[in-house]
Design a protein around this ligand. Structure first.
Ligand code: SF4
Ligand code: SF4
Ligand code: SF4
Ligand code: FES
Length: 815
């Protein structure tokens, strides 16, 4: 520790602290403009100048100067104040004084500093800048006239987002923030640059002229999209969510969000939200009252009894899932409950459940930055869980972690420095991991010896044999095994979700075996992290929203609807017509079932087929908890009142339980107390950081079955999955996310495109044994030859017409 004096206060700080850090620790405010705690010190603006007695005659920047023992600092003296005033005058020399029309008015650091330092006139005069304002994309407006060249946007895009879309261009007085070749901004639109811009040079276009910053109430919540569980602050005015507000002190991610979290909030207050219950009368869905709708549902659930079933979205709160489970299992008498088509949770429930003894990841997102080696399997985390991608980027760039990737396509992750990509043939991941395990055993690298059963099973997976199956060289497999074994701490990540049927139980077993053999379980910075798709995928597992004993899983429920053994189906928030594999059979099943109830925010493709539609609330209108993919249980509270007549699912299923003679939990706290997985966590004491339930690992070496998906000659291997801009089908109702990625596409390699003479954007037809779909072609360097990728979110060209649930689907492509 180093002790110094600032403004007559003594303070002791770590030896790598700066004067600014020390002042902060002592409760002394030094103004900053270009400094940000998440970014490396830069020292560009000189707002933070201070006097140091030992350096007489000079003013020095507090944000870049390290502390030394016995330093005596003065943060506010006449020369310091004079210098800061001059800095502000210089900054405002060319800066337009258009605060009344600037969206940043009231939330602008330059404005605040000018006010604090009483800069009410300028001794200097010059012409204002006349840079052209960039309105070339729907989300980010760039007005370089207002820029103070603090470089925060450039640094955050590089240091945290790892995109590098912005840079300083030109020199001297002409210096400005530009893009490659000074063209329009082409990036992933995470909005991180907007969040740190101290002035109105970067603005969120969807929010422009909606409200003054101070006129909104800022309410905290948890993002409702993916399993990362980022914390968000919502800006609310007149009971409408108008924007997301940056809060650098929020969450493990310091307020960072991805494009979905930052710009996909519009679905909450969308005009298209359902406002009344609907009942099918004479073939038409017509508005009805809640009483009529609920008594109809009660009647049909009662009649169906054990022939009733429920499919739910893991976007519901834990407490709502508790009630829906109680309704089905106790009041209706059916064990037929499932979520995410049964595919979304297989990796964790069956895979990790058996291998680790608990259906959950052993590692947390926080372990990533503590790890020496990150092994990412079958995933471009940047795409599925972008903020986890930021964590990986920081682990690699700032902490020197080694990044090993096993994937069937290239992604942004593979562009990080030193990333080692093992590009495997689609569907061969399990074989590849088995070969890595085999090397650990053969080269005596295993800390825990393999069981005789596993060792015998691995005999079929010599690196040479597997090299043929996977297309990955035997030496590369050996290299990965050695690196994994040598790393003191190593974490394995893989994606689990509705569209990742390949990442199922077998992949989880194979990954878990590596962690067990390598001695990488139960250690900080080590273990396994399954990245689950939706915001409460882990919660649905913890609540046990999977088929009970003798119950049907999602696929069996649909088959039961088609053959008449399931009579009443309640779909809570899922949109199987678009998101489940095999659209034709899903539609047939929903057509055939006697009675279909859909509870949703929108009249989705599935809701349009229902007999009763119940309008329910978004996460912004209700209270409860979500559990992130790494098992952090976080509380949300309503930030706006319910839209129209919509009700929370907690109210809806509670009421149905009551009408069927049961006793539901009356408050979310009561329902939470019923979740045995969360024993020891108090709902009422859940603070902003949430809480992790305890985990008792009981590792078992399970022999994974490795199947390799060979695609017939002449066909392409179609991979489905998530696109960066979307999460499930809900983000299709976020105008921000749709404005940058609004339609289905198929990505194919340059060489395949050239061979077939397919141009970027051309319409192509994908045909499989299951059907045909027309989508636009995207020619992309990340696809290997013979492999194509299509995201599954889009209703206008649903990929599930050709994808029937296999890890890899053989398709032909025609023009
Ligand atoms: S939106 Fe994100 S990716 Fe795009 S320039 Fe800003 S920080 Fe970079
Ligand atoms: S655009 Fe904003 S964040 Fe970027 S350098 Fe200019 S003022 Fe700083
Ligand atoms: S979608 Fe996921 S990564 Fe993006 S902000 Fe929401 S929780 Fe975070
Ligand atoms: S805040 Fe220190 S130089 Fe900008």
């Amino acid at each position: 520790m180093v002790t110094l004096t600032i403004d007559d206060k003594q303070v002791s700080v770590e030896k790598d602290a700066t004067i600014y850090d020390a002042a902060k620790a002592a409760g002394i405010n030094i103004p900053i403009l270009c400094h940000d705690k998440k970014l490396k010190p830069f020292g560009a603006c000189r707002m933070c100048l201070v006097e140091v007695e030992q350096m007489k005659g000079r003013l020095i920047p507090a944000c870049t100067t390290p502390v030394t023992e016995g330093m005596i600092v003065r943060s506010s003296t006449p020369p310091v104040d004079k210098a800061r005033k001059l800095v502000l005058e210089l900054l405002m020399l060319n800066h337009p004084l258009d605060c009344p029309v600037c969206d940043k008015g009231g939330d602008c650091e330059l404005q605040n500093l000018a006010y604090d330092h009483k800069v009410n006139s300028n001794r200097l005069a010059d012409e204002k800048f006349h840079h052209e304002i960039d309105y070339n994309n729907p989300l980010i407006e760039r007005d370089q006239n207002r820029c103070v060249l603090c470089g925060k946007c450039v640094r955050i895009c590089d240091e945290i987002v790892a995109r590098g879309a912005l840079t300083f261009i030109s020199r001297g007085i002409e210096t400005k923030i530009g893009t490659e070749f000074d063209g329009p901004l082409s990036c992933e639109f995470c909005g991180s640059c907007i969040s740190v811009c101290p002035v109105g040079a970067l603005l969120a276009r969807p929010f422009k002229f909606k409200s003054r910053f101070w006129a909104m109430t800022k309410k905290k919540s948890v993002c409702g999209y993916c399993g990362t569980g980022c914390n968000v602050t919502l800006g609310v005015k007149d009971n409408k969510v108008l924007t997301t507000v940056y809060d650098e002190n929020q969450g493990f991610h310091n307020g960072q969000l991805c494009v979905r979290g930052r710009f996909g909030y519009q679905f909450i207050s969308s005009d298209k939200r359902l406002k009344n219950p609907l009942i099918r009368k004479n073939g038409q869905l017509v508005e009805a009252g809640w009483d009529e709708a609920l008594s109809l549902v009660v009647e049909r659930l009662k009649e169906a009894g054990s022939a009733a079933a429920a499919l739910a979205t893991p976007r519901m709160t834990n407490e709502e899932l508790v009630l829906l489970k109680q309704l089905m299992t106790q009041q209706v008498g059916s064990q037929n409950i499932d979520h995410s088509a049964g595919y979304g949770h297989a990796a964790v429930s069956e895979g990790l459940g058996k291998s680790l003894g608990v259906a959950a990841s052993s590692a947390t997102i926080l372990d990533i930055q503590k790890s020496n080696l990150i092994l990412a399997i079958k995933t471009d985390v940047y795409e599925t869980h972008p903020v986890v991608g930021f964590e990986i980027n920081m682990a690699v760039k700032n902490k020197g972690a080694s990044l090993q990737i096993v994937s069937d396509k290239r992604g942004k992750l593979s562009r990080l420095p030193g990333a080692n990509l093992l590009l495997n043939k689609p569907g061969s991941d399990v074989a590849l991991l088995n070969a890595v395990a085999k090397v650990l055993v053969d080269e005596n690298l295993a800390v825990t010896p393999a069981t005789a059963e596993l060792a015998a099973a691995l005999n079929d997976f010599t690196p040479e044999k597997v090299a043929e199956l996977t297309g990955v060289a035997a030496d590369a497999i050996r290299g990965l095994a050695r690196a994994y074994a040598a790393a003191e701490k190593a974490i394995i990540l893989f994606t689990a979700g509705l569209a990742y049927p390949g990442a199922d139980a077998q992949l989880a077993h194979a990954a878990a075996n590596l962690a067990i053999l390598g001695g990488k379980l139960g250690k900080e910075g080590s273990g396994i992290l399954a990245l689950q798709e939706k915001n409460n995928s882990q919660g649905a597992l913890d609540v046990g929203f999977i088929p009970g004993a003798g119950g049907l899983d999602a696929q069996q429920i649909l088959a039961g609807c088609a053959n008449g053994s399931v009579k009443t189906l309640l779909i809570a928030g899922e949109n199987p017509v678009v998101s489940y594999p095999g659209q034709l059979s899903v539609k047939k099943a929903l057509d055939a079932v006697e009675f279909l109830v859909v509870a949703d925010l929108f009249l989705t493709e599935t809701a349009q087929m229902a007999d009763v539609v119940l309008p329910v609330c978004s996460y912004a209108e209700k209270e409860g908890t979500f559990t992130s993919t790494d098992r952090r249980v976080q509380k949300i509270a309503a930030v706006i009142p319910a839209i129209g007549q919509s009700r929370s699912e907690f109210q809806v299923y509670g009421e149905l339980i009551r009408q069927l003679g049961g006793q539901p939990a009356v408050t979310p706290a009561e329902a939470f107390a019923q979740i045995s997985a969360y024993a020891g966590i108090s709902y009422n004491e859940l603070g902003e950081a949430g809480a992790f339930p305890s985990l008792k690992l009981q590792p078992v070496q399970v022999v994974p079955k490795a199947t390799t998906a060979a695609v017939e000659p002449g066909k392409f291997a179609l991979l489905t999955g998530a696109a960066l801009y979307h999460c499930g089908t809900m983000s299709l109702h976020g105008e921000g996310t749709v404005s940058v990625c609004g339609e289905a596409y198929v990505e194919l390699s340059r060489s395949d495109a050239a061979k077939m003479n397919i141009a970027e954007g051309a319409e192509v037809k994908l045909t499989s044994a299951a059907g045909t779909v027309c989508v636009k072609a995207r020619i992309s360097p990340r696809m290997p030859e013979g492999v194509v990728f299509a995201p599954y979110h889009f209703a206008d060209a649903p990929i599930n017409t050709v994808w029937s649930g296999a890890a890899v689907t053989g398709v032909t492509i025609s023009k």
